[in-house]
Every structure is written in structure tokens, then in C-alpha cells.
Design a protein around this ligand. Sequence first.
Ligand code: URA
Length: 200
Amino acid sequence: MNTQQRLDQIKADILSQNICPDLAKQANNMVFGSGNPDADIVFIGEAPGKNEDLIGEPFVGAAGKFLDEMLASINLDRKDIYITNIVKYRPPNNRDPLLEEKEAFLPFLYAQLAAIKPKILVTLGRHSTNCFLPGLQISQIHGQPQHIKVTANGTEQAWIILPLYHPAAALYNGSMRAVLLEDFARMPAIITKITKQLSS
Ligand code: URA
């Protein structure tokens, strides 16, 4: 099985196991993830919003447009990365995902990561960051790579997490926009350093 086939299987598992049936019932589409299945960098958001639910793709609304701008600022685009969310269905009225919803989808996110085998996980916002780094404040650690070991689906995995503020936060707060752009600007050097460490 190649990576795309593994990802297709994980998506089919979410459907056949009827994960979060209440969310699934009111969703137009599952938003599983998109981009390059062989990417070195995986971006992880929180949950789909209205536009994502209608189209079935992550980050296609206003926050996604800003994300595309930030990617372009470091010469990346969607085909260079993979992008997904913790929760794969839109929570009603864009409410925060519940703890039990995040917990229900986490094994499937881990399975996606085990298939893609990225070098860096970029967590967007506190929900995504705290899934990997519980108890840490995003205001304290944004833009600083964190090395963690997690026992995910029965296997110990070592991951490098780069926590960033959520791009939606920048839509309402100009100073947040500047912070996110600064953190993005530091990303190429961080990626180069990590890639060198991993190959030495
Ligand atoms: N916000 C998210 O966290 N994910 C999306 O896909 C869109 C908006």
C-alpha cells in the first residue's frame, strides 16, 4: 500500500467506525486532509468551519487564505505540505471542539501521521498544540520547536512540533498577524536545522 492508499483506508475507518455520529449527522462533508501525502511538514488545525464543511477541504475560508499567504512568504504552497485538523467534522456553529471529540479523532490523526511520516508537525492554535503538548501555553512556546515522544496507537513515536498561533486569530488582531508572519519567517531555518539533525 502506498501512502495515499493508507490515508484512504484511515478515512474509510472513520466512516465505518461511525466516529462522532452527532457531528457526522449534521456535516455536509468529512474534512479528512489534503496536500502532499509524502510531505515533510504536516499542518494541524482544530476543526473544519463552514466553508471547509461545504467543500470538504481544510482551510479554504478566510483563515486558509491567510495561511496560503504565509506559506507563499516562505516559498511554500499547498502541494509542498499536508494539512489536516484534529476533528474531521464541523462542530455546530463553529463552537470549540469538545474534549471527547478531540479524543475520538486523535487515533486517526496519529494514523495519518504514521502513514505520512513527516519531519515536522506545525500545530495551529491551542487546541491542536495542546493535543501534543498538554498544559503548555501557546503564548509561551509559539515559534519554538518542541521535541516530544508519544505512544501513539501502541507505538512510541518521536515528533518535532512547531506550535503557531491559529491563522484565524490574526484576522481580528493585527499584532497577532505580525507575530505569525515572524514565526513563519523563522520556519525555513528551523526546517533546515531539523533536516540536518535527522540526517546526521
Ligand atoms: N480552522 C481550522 O482549524 N481548520 C480549518 O480547516 C479551518 C479553519
